[in-house]
Design a protein around this ligand. Structure first.
Ligand SMILES: Cc1cc2nc3c(=O)[nH]c(=O)nc-3n(C[C@H](O)[C@H](O)[C@H](O)COP(=O)(O)O)c2cc1C
Length: 334
């Protein structure tokens, strides 16, 4: 097996773009896990500043997570249908019809921030970085972690020369890291077992890991680390909104669903009026749908209407509890 990195516990705090704050990342590092900055929505300068803040709070290693963006291509009729399906929500929340929907390319700036700040671990989701980026980061001794959701994607991540792979099972909260079709939902345990022995890079299991038993099961199945998201969202140090935390704490079994309606990419979150009403609706590809629903998500948060919000959480959200980061991590692995 190729080399691992040095952390006290085999636990990685999942990068959660838009939610992770410097204090939260540092608290995870200090608790013995690998903290991860979810930099997907930050530009280069913001990524740099975020890294500097984490460095001022901890001397322990942490990673930076980036999104691999594709050029959005769209059939104009699909765009029109996606808009029509969202119209009732715009009207209900008082959102005007004209909004900006085009994202700007920030990836190179984010990569430069990682290099300039001497960060030694980077992870990626939604795809594999291009060869030039991989070579550039490797030149600076950055350890590279890919994300995969199928056996084929794991093989592609290894072939590209990345150092480790997050194997994201169907239970996982937030976006599927998939970059090939069809999007499959295999349980984390089954995926880890299917991949174990077939790759020489360390496997990081992600999806539905909420208890010490889950951690043990993953490590015994061949994972070198586990990556945990939902179980940390209800930590005191996590700045997820109160609505988000309460939705997790009050959730019951089968409360979540997989939906493309918020962003155009499959993601797991709380089943609500929005996900159910848009179940059959045509959806624009990512990131266009993300921008089309941006104001719906913002306004519904402002107006405290959780029925229209994207409340990402994994399938085992019902096992979450409120505690400090250290307490949660200590309960997962002694
Ligand atoms: C709120 C939220 C945001 C997430 N954002 C990211 C992200 O920015 N980058 C990423 O690679 N994974 C992201 N994920 C997925 C996690 O890396 C991980 O696969 C998932 O949390 C594991 O499942 P669990 O939530 O059941 O622990 C996110 C997950 C959640 C719940």
């Amino acid at each position: 097996m190729r080399s691992k990195f040095a952390i006290e516990k085999p636990i990685i705090q999942a990068p959660m773009a838009g939610i992770t704050t410097p204090a939260f990342v540092a608290a995870c590092c200090e608790a013995g896990a690998l903290g991860s900055i979810g930099a997907g929505y930050l530009n280069g300068a913001e990524t740099k500043e975020f890294i500097q803040e984490v460095k001022s709070l901890t001397k322990k290693p942490f990673s930076v997570n980036l999104f691999i963006q594709e050029e959005p291509r769209i059939d104009i009729n699909v765009l029109q249908n996606a808009r029509v399906a969202l119209q009732p929500f715009y009207e209900e929340l008082g959102i005007p019809n004209t909004q900006r929907v085009i994202s700007t390319e920030v990836f190179d700036g984010q990569v430069q921030a990682i290099i300039d700040e001497g960060v030694k671990i980077a992870s990626f989701t939604f795809g594999i970085p291009d060869n030039e980026t991989i070579a550039k980061l490797k030149q600076h001794n950055v350890y590279l972690i890919g994300t995969a959701t199928t056996v084929e994607e794991v093989a592609a991540v290894e072939k590209a020369g990345l150092d480790a792979v997050v194997v994201q099972g169907g239970e996982a909260g937030g976006h599927r890291g998939s970059f090939t079709e069809p999007v499959e939902l295999v349980s984390t345990a089954d995926l880890v077992k299917a991949v174990h022995g077939k790759v020489s890079i360390p496997i990081i299991a992600a999806g539905g890991i909420m208890t010490a038993e889950h951690v043990t099961e993953m490590l015994e199945s061949g994972a070198a680390y586990v990556q945990i998201g939902t179980v940390l969202l209800t930590a005191y140090e996590c700045e997820a909104t109160k609505t988000h935390k309460n939705a997790i704490l009050n959730s019951e079994q089968e409360a979540t669903t997989i939906t493309k309606a918020f962003t155009g990419k499959y993601a797991r979150g709380l089943k609500n009026k929005f996900t159910e009403q848009l179940k059959e609706a045509e959806v624009a590809p990512y990131p266009i749908q993300h921008y089309l629903t941006l104001h719906i998500r913002k306004e519904s948060a402002n107006q405290n209407k959780p029925e229209y919000m994207s409340l990402w959480m994994g399938e085992n959200s019902y096992l979450a509890r409120e505690a400090s980061v250290k307490d949660i991590i200590d309960h997962l692995y002694k």
